[in-house]
Write a protein that binds this ligand. Structure first.
Ligand code: DGI
Ligand code: FE
Ligand code: FE
Length: 195
């Protein structure tokens, strides 16, 4: 795909190499899978394919950074200090978006927000946020028991796919007795809970 240079001043190929340099081969394959799924969803639902490609390629850009770098970024960028109570799973999107902005020069707020929300979702999600959130869950490399069902729903009704993913992620976290990030609960209340 050719980028218009509106959102990033390098080509897709150059972005792919920069992303590859940040992560393991396995995670890089995941990222390419997310891009593939995101492009299909963007095409089906009418989101920007270029923004979907850039957000998908960068969504896990910071995932292999050390905790100390995230902690330093939270302090340096003046992000909510409450974030310091969390860990890589929550930081790599929310804090990672700032590293993407700084290091790759991406300033488009829609792209940055899709990166920020990709792990937890949110009560309010744009079409691009949903595309990235769902693509991350259904990309071709994912293999968990209900992934085929999630893929089917994703191409029938994107909001239902957000709901399906949120419900299953939350029940997985509860089963593990993981600490639930408040935004994850907000996502559940908006997209899953019966009104
Ligand atoms: O980065 P990926 O592995 O591609 O996927 P992701 O960013 O959607 O999720 C990363 C991890 O974050 C995954 O193991 C689930 C976890 N997670 C999602 N919501 C929460 C969470 N972990 C905690 N502790 N609390 C949450 O609310
Ligand atoms: Fe992630
Ligand atoms: Fe991911």
């Amino acid at each position: 795909m050719d980028y218009s240079e509106k959102y990033i001043d390098i080509s897709r190929e150059e972005l792919v190499s920069k992303v590859q340099a940040q992560m393991s081969e396995k995670r890089f394959r995941h990222v390419l899978g997310v891009e593939q799924a995101a492009l299909q969803l963007a095409e089906k639902y009418g989101a920007s394919m270029e923004k979907a490609s850039i957000a998908a390629l960068t969504h896990d850009y910071a995932k292999e950074r050390k905790d100390a770098e995230f902690q330093e970024t939270i302090r340096h960028d003046g992000l909510d200090p409450e974030l310091l109570n969390w860990g890589n799973e929550i930081w790599h999107g929310i804090v990672g978006a700032n590293l993407v902005q700084r290091e790759l020069g991406i300033t488009d707020e829609e792209i940055l927000q899709a990166i920020r929300l990709h792990t937890t979702g949110a009560a309010e999600m744009t079409l691009l946020d949903k595309v990235i959130y769902v693509a991350d869950y259904i990309e071709p490399g994912r293999s968990f028991p209900k992934v085929e069902e999630a893929r089917k729903i994703a191409f029938e009704d994107l909001d239902m796919a957000v709901s399906y993913e949120t419900k299953h992620t939350l029940s997985y976290l509860v089963k593990k007795e993981a600490t639930i990030y408040p935004k994850t609960i907000e996502t559940y209340n908006r997209w899953v809970a019966k009104k």
